[in-house]
Ligand binder design. Structure first.
Ligand SMILES: C[S@@+](CC[C@H](N)C(=O)[O-])C[C@H]1O[C@@H](n2cnc3c(N)ncnc32)[C@H](O)[C@@H]1O
Length: 288
Protein backbone atom coordinates (compact mmCIF):
# COMPACT_ATOMS: atom_id res chain seq x y z
CA UNK A 1 0.00 0.00 0.00
CA UNK A 2 1.34 3.44 -0.84
CA UNK A 3 0.53 6.86 0.53
CA UNK A 4 -2.51 8.36 -1.12
CA UNK A 5 -2.16 11.98 0.00
CA UNK A 6 1.48 13.07 0.06
CA UNK A 7 0.60 16.71 0.90
CA UNK A 8 -0.21 16.36 4.59
CA UNK A 9 -1.33 12.91 5.62
CA UNK A 10 -1.19 13.83 9.29
CA UNK A 11 -3.85 16.54 9.13
CA UNK A 12 -6.30 13.93 7.90
CA UNK A 13 -8.77 12.75 10.55
CA UNK A 14 -7.99 9.13 9.71
CA UNK A 15 -4.56 9.05 8.07
CA UNK A 16 -4.03 5.37 8.88
CA UNK A 17 -1.55 4.18 6.31
CA UNK A 18 0.95 1.46 5.73
CA UNK A 19 3.88 2.41 3.54
CA UNK A 20 6.48 0.17 1.94
CA UNK A 21 9.83 1.94 1.72
CA UNK A 22 12.98 2.99 3.54
CA UNK A 23 11.79 5.00 6.52
CA UNK A 24 14.37 7.71 5.86
CA UNK A 25 12.73 8.56 2.52
CA UNK A 26 9.22 8.20 3.90
CA UNK A 27 9.86 10.27 7.03
CA UNK A 28 11.13 13.14 4.89
CA UNK A 29 7.65 13.32 3.33
CA UNK A 30 5.92 13.80 6.69
CA UNK A 31 5.28 17.29 8.06
CA UNK A 32 7.15 18.42 11.18
CA UNK A 33 5.55 18.07 14.63
CA UNK A 34 2.85 15.71 13.38
CA UNK A 35 3.25 12.46 15.37
CA UNK A 36 2.41 12.28 19.08
CA UNK A 37 3.99 8.88 19.72
CA UNK A 38 6.80 7.10 17.91
CA UNK A 39 7.84 3.54 18.68
CA UNK A 40 10.71 2.01 16.74
CA UNK A 41 12.05 -1.50 16.84
CA UNK A 42 14.72 -1.48 14.14
CA UNK A 43 16.95 -4.47 13.44
CA UNK A 44 19.22 -4.94 16.50
CA UNK A 45 22.49 -5.45 14.56
CA UNK A 46 22.74 -9.08 15.66
CA UNK A 47 24.64 -9.99 12.47
CA UNK A 48 21.96 -12.58 11.71
CA UNK A 49 19.48 -13.06 8.92
CA UNK A 50 16.08 -13.04 10.64
CA UNK A 51 13.86 -15.71 9.18
CA UNK A 52 10.28 -16.81 9.85
CA UNK A 53 7.28 -18.36 8.16
CA UNK A 54 4.01 -16.48 7.67
CA UNK A 55 1.04 -18.20 5.96
CA UNK A 56 3.39 -20.89 4.65
CA UNK A 57 5.74 -18.34 3.04
CA UNK A 58 9.32 -17.76 4.12
CA UNK A 59 9.69 -14.22 5.46
CA UNK A 60 13.05 -12.65 6.28
CA UNK A 61 15.03 -9.49 6.79
CA UNK A 62 18.72 -8.74 7.18
CA UNK A 63 20.06 -7.63 10.57
CA UNK A 64 23.70 -6.72 9.83
CA UNK A 65 25.07 -3.20 9.92
CA UNK A 66 28.73 -3.84 10.78
CA UNK A 67 30.50 -2.23 13.73
CA UNK A 68 28.51 -0.25 16.35
CA UNK A 69 29.74 2.98 14.76
CA UNK A 70 28.29 1.93 11.39
CA UNK A 71 24.98 1.11 13.06
CA UNK A 72 24.88 4.59 14.62
CA UNK A 73 25.75 6.20 11.26
CA UNK A 74 22.77 4.33 9.76
CA UNK A 75 20.43 5.35 12.57
CA UNK A 76 21.39 9.00 13.09
CA UNK A 77 19.63 10.59 10.06
CA UNK A 78 16.53 8.50 10.80
CA UNK A 79 16.45 9.53 14.46
CA UNK A 80 16.92 13.19 13.45
CA UNK A 81 13.89 12.88 11.15
CA UNK A 82 11.92 11.21 13.94
CA UNK A 83 12.64 14.10 16.27
CA UNK A 84 11.53 16.52 13.55
CA UNK A 85 8.14 14.80 13.10
CA UNK A 86 7.49 14.44 16.85
CA UNK A 87 4.98 16.88 18.40
CA UNK A 88 5.97 19.16 21.31
CA UNK A 89 4.16 16.88 23.75
CA UNK A 90 5.34 13.76 21.95
CA UNK A 91 7.34 10.74 23.11
CA UNK A 92 9.69 8.39 21.31
CA UNK A 93 10.31 4.79 22.43
CA UNK A 94 13.40 3.10 20.97
CA UNK A 95 13.54 -0.69 21.34
CA UNK A 96 16.95 -2.41 21.25
CA UNK A 97 18.89 -5.05 23.17
CA UNK A 98 22.10 -5.39 25.20
CA UNK A 99 24.29 -5.42 22.08
CA UNK A 100 23.64 -1.88 20.83
CA UNK A 101 21.90 -0.24 23.81
CA UNK A 102 24.93 1.82 25.03
CA UNK A 103 25.47 3.20 21.52
CA UNK A 104 21.76 3.91 21.01
CA UNK A 105 21.56 5.70 24.36
CA UNK A 106 24.42 8.04 23.42
CA UNK A 107 22.87 8.72 20.03
CA UNK A 108 19.48 9.54 21.57
CA UNK A 109 21.05 11.75 24.24
CA UNK A 110 22.82 13.62 21.47
CA UNK A 111 19.75 14.10 19.31
CA UNK A 112 17.27 14.85 22.10
CA UNK A 113 19.26 16.51 24.83
CA UNK A 114 22.53 17.90 23.48
CA UNK A 115 22.29 18.75 19.78
CA UNK A 116 18.64 19.70 20.09
CA UNK A 117 17.94 22.42 17.56
CA UNK A 118 14.50 23.40 18.77
CA UNK A 119 14.48 23.27 22.54
CA UNK A 120 15.63 20.67 24.97
CA UNK A 121 14.24 17.15 24.81
CA UNK A 122 14.23 14.91 27.86
CA UNK A 123 15.26 11.39 28.72
CA UNK A 124 12.32 9.86 30.57
CA UNK A 125 13.05 6.20 31.33
CA UNK A 126 15.07 3.14 30.43
CA UNK A 127 12.50 0.36 30.39
CA UNK A 128 13.61 -3.23 30.79
CA UNK A 129 11.30 -5.64 29.03
CA UNK A 130 11.81 -8.99 30.75
CA UNK A 131 10.37 -11.84 28.72
CA UNK A 132 10.02 -15.34 30.05
CA UNK A 133 9.82 -17.64 27.08
CA UNK A 134 12.44 -18.75 24.57
CA UNK A 135 15.35 -21.18 24.56
CA UNK A 136 16.89 -21.75 27.99
CA UNK A 137 20.11 -23.67 27.34
CA UNK A 138 22.57 -23.19 30.19
CA UNK A 139 26.03 -21.91 29.24
CA UNK A 140 28.97 -20.15 30.84
CA UNK A 141 27.05 -16.93 31.30
CA UNK A 142 23.59 -15.87 32.47
CA UNK A 143 20.64 -16.29 30.15
CA UNK A 144 19.80 -13.02 28.39
CA UNK A 145 16.08 -12.52 28.83
CA UNK A 146 15.50 -8.82 28.46
CA UNK A 147 15.39 -6.03 25.89
CA UNK A 148 15.80 -2.33 26.50
CA UNK A 149 13.30 0.37 25.51
CA UNK A 150 14.54 3.97 25.84
CA UNK A 151 11.86 6.60 26.35
CA UNK A 152 12.62 10.17 25.29
CA UNK A 153 10.26 13.13 24.98
CA UNK A 154 10.40 16.39 23.10
CA UNK A 155 9.76 18.45 26.24
CA UNK A 156 8.82 17.95 29.88
CA UNK A 157 5.14 18.37 28.87
CA UNK A 158 4.84 14.90 27.36
CA UNK A 159 1.54 12.98 27.61
CA UNK A 160 1.61 10.60 30.54
CA UNK A 161 -1.08 8.31 31.90
CA UNK A 162 -0.10 6.74 35.18
CA UNK A 163 -0.62 2.99 35.07
CA UNK A 164 -0.78 0.65 38.01
CA UNK A 165 -0.13 -3.03 38.60
CA UNK A 166 -2.90 -5.27 39.85
CA UNK A 167 -3.32 -4.91 43.65
CA UNK A 168 -1.42 -7.55 45.62
CA UNK A 169 -3.14 -9.95 48.02
CA UNK A 170 -1.69 -7.93 50.91
CA UNK A 171 -3.28 -4.72 49.56
CA UNK A 172 -6.63 -6.45 49.03
CA UNK A 173 -6.42 -7.68 52.63
CA UNK A 174 -5.81 -4.14 53.87
CA UNK A 175 -8.57 -2.53 51.77
CA UNK A 176 -11.12 -5.14 52.70
CA UNK A 177 -14.34 -3.07 52.69
CA UNK A 178 -16.39 -2.59 49.51
CA UNK A 179 -18.75 0.38 48.97
CA UNK A 180 -22.03 0.49 46.99
CA UNK A 181 -20.15 1.15 43.70
CA UNK A 182 -17.89 -1.87 44.21
CA UNK A 183 -14.84 0.24 45.25
CA UNK A 184 -12.52 -1.27 47.83
CA UNK A 185 -11.54 0.94 50.78
CA UNK A 186 -10.06 0.91 54.26
CA UNK A 187 -10.83 3.06 57.29
CA UNK A 188 -8.04 4.62 59.28
CA UNK A 189 -8.39 7.18 62.11
CA UNK A 190 -11.93 8.03 61.02
CA UNK A 191 -11.06 8.57 57.34
CA UNK A 192 -11.88 6.42 54.35
CA UNK A 193 -9.12 5.59 51.84
CA UNK A 194 -10.07 4.19 48.42
CA UNK A 195 -7.91 1.56 46.76
CA UNK A 196 -6.73 3.13 43.50
CA UNK A 197 -5.14 -0.03 42.14
CA UNK A 198 -1.80 -1.71 42.60
CA UNK A 199 1.56 0.05 42.85
CA UNK A 200 2.43 2.53 40.07
CA UNK A 201 4.10 0.85 37.13
CA UNK A 202 7.88 0.71 37.39
CA UNK A 203 10.52 0.44 34.66
CA UNK A 204 10.89 -3.36 34.67
CA UNK A 205 8.10 -4.97 32.68
CA UNK A 206 7.42 -8.67 32.93
CA UNK A 207 5.54 -9.47 29.74
CA UNK A 208 5.88 -12.93 28.21
CA UNK A 209 7.10 -13.14 24.63
CA UNK A 210 4.61 -14.64 22.17
CA UNK A 211 4.06 -18.35 22.74
CA UNK A 212 4.63 -20.58 19.68
CA UNK A 213 0.96 -21.58 19.65
CA UNK A 214 -0.52 -18.13 20.33
CA UNK A 215 -3.14 -16.89 17.86
CA UNK A 216 -1.27 -13.57 17.96
CA UNK A 217 1.82 -15.09 16.31
CA UNK A 218 2.12 -14.09 12.64
CA UNK A 219 5.33 -15.96 11.93
CA UNK A 220 7.13 -12.70 11.09
CA UNK A 221 10.57 -12.83 12.77
CA UNK A 222 11.08 -10.80 15.98
CA UNK A 223 7.37 -9.91 16.27
CA UNK A 224 6.75 -8.15 19.61
CA UNK A 225 3.81 -8.93 21.90
CA UNK A 226 0.71 -6.81 21.60
CA UNK A 227 0.61 -6.42 25.41
CA UNK A 228 3.95 -4.56 25.30
CA UNK A 229 2.78 -2.15 22.61
CA UNK A 230 -0.65 -1.60 24.17
CA UNK A 231 1.09 -0.56 27.37
CA UNK A 232 3.35 1.95 25.58
CA UNK A 233 0.46 3.42 23.58
CA UNK A 234 -1.71 3.77 26.70
CA UNK A 235 1.11 5.20 28.78
CA UNK A 236 2.22 8.02 26.49
CA UNK A 237 -0.56 8.97 24.07
CA UNK A 238 -4.17 10.09 24.01
CA UNK A 239 -7.16 8.91 22.03
CA UNK A 240 -7.09 10.33 18.50
CA UNK A 241 -3.30 10.88 18.58
CA UNK A 242 -1.17 9.86 15.62
CA UNK A 243 1.18 6.95 16.35
CA UNK A 244 4.13 6.23 14.05
CA UNK A 245 6.18 3.05 13.70
CA UNK A 246 8.92 3.52 11.08
CA UNK A 247 10.13 -0.12 11.30
CA UNK A 248 6.70 -1.68 11.73
CA UNK A 249 7.41 -5.32 10.78
CA UNK A 250 4.25 -7.35 11.35
CA UNK A 251 2.38 -4.22 12.49
CA UNK A 252 2.12 -4.79 16.26
CA UNK A 253 2.23 -1.05 17.07
CA UNK A 254 -0.42 -0.30 14.48
CA UNK A 255 -2.75 -2.97 15.85
CA UNK A 256 -2.30 -1.60 19.39
CA UNK A 257 -2.97 1.95 18.16
CA UNK A 258 -6.06 0.85 16.25
CA UNK A 259 -7.45 -1.08 19.22
CA UNK A 260 -6.93 1.91 21.52
CA UNK A 261 -8.54 4.55 19.29
CA UNK A 262 -5.34 6.18 18.01
CA UNK A 263 -4.50 6.93 14.36
CA UNK A 264 -1.40 5.31 12.90
CA UNK A 265 1.28 5.28 10.21
CA UNK A 266 3.46 2.21 9.66
CA UNK A 267 6.53 2.02 7.43
CA UNK A 268 8.64 -1.00 6.50
CA UNK A 269 11.17 -1.52 3.75
CA UNK A 270 10.24 -5.20 3.42
CA UNK A 271 7.16 -5.85 1.23
CA UNK A 272 6.62 -9.14 3.12
CA UNK A 273 6.26 -7.23 6.39
CA UNK A 274 3.75 -4.83 4.86
CA UNK A 275 1.71 -7.78 3.59
CA UNK A 276 1.68 -9.47 7.03
CA UNK A 277 0.76 -6.20 8.78
CA UNK A 278 -2.02 -5.40 6.29
CA UNK A 279 -3.58 -8.82 6.80
CA UNK A 280 -3.36 -8.46 10.56
CA UNK A 281 -4.89 -4.97 10.56
CA UNK A 282 -7.81 -6.22 8.51
CA UNK A 283 -8.57 -8.70 11.29
CA UNK A 284 -10.38 -6.96 14.18
CA UNK A 285 -8.65 -9.05 16.85
CA UNK A 286 -5.15 -8.17 15.54
CA UNK A 287 -4.38 -11.89 15.37
CA UNK A 288 -2.31 -13.39 12.56
C1 LIG B 1 12.62 -5.94 14.58
S1 LIG B 1 11.65 -5.88 13.12
C2 LIG B 1 10.17 -5.06 13.67
C3 LIG B 1 9.23 -6.03 14.34
C4 LIG B 1 7.93 -5.36 14.76
N1 LIG B 1 8.11 -4.52 15.93
C5 LIG B 1 6.87 -6.40 15.05
O1 LIG B 1 6.32 -6.45 16.16
O2 LIG B 1 6.59 -7.19 14.13
C6 LIG B 1 12.50 -4.65 12.21
C7 LIG B 1 11.88 -4.28 10.87
O3 LIG B 1 12.58 -3.18 10.31
C8 LIG B 1 12.50 -3.29 8.89
N2 LIG B 1 13.50 -2.37 8.32
C9 LIG B 1 14.84 -2.54 8.23
N3 LIG B 1 15.41 -1.46 7.68
C10 LIG B 1 14.41 -0.57 7.42
C11 LIG B 1 14.36 0.73 6.87
N4 LIG B 1 15.46 1.35 6.48
N5 LIG B 1 13.15 1.35 6.75
C12 LIG B 1 12.01 0.73 7.16
N6 LIG B 1 12.00 -0.53 7.68
C13 LIG B 1 13.18 -1.16 7.82
C14 LIG B 1 12.70 -4.76 8.63
O4 LIG B 1 12.18 -5.13 7.37
C15 LIG B 1 11.92 -5.38 9.81
O5 LIG B 1 10.60 -5.70 9.42
Amino acid sequence: MQQTDPTNPCADASPNRLVCGDCLDELRKLPGASCALIYLDPPFNTNLRRVGRATSQRVAYSDSFGKPGDYVVYLRPRVLELRRVLTTHGSLFFHCDWRMSPHVRLLLDDVFCVDAVEGEGVFVNEIIWHYGLGAARAGRRLLTKHDVVFWYANSTHYSFHLMRDEPTQAMLGKYRHVDGQGNRYMNSYGRRYLLKGGKPLDDVWDIPSIAPTSSERTGYPTQKPLALLRRIVQLASDEGDLVLDPFCGSGTTLVAAQQLGRRWIGIDVNPQAVKVAARRLANKTGDA
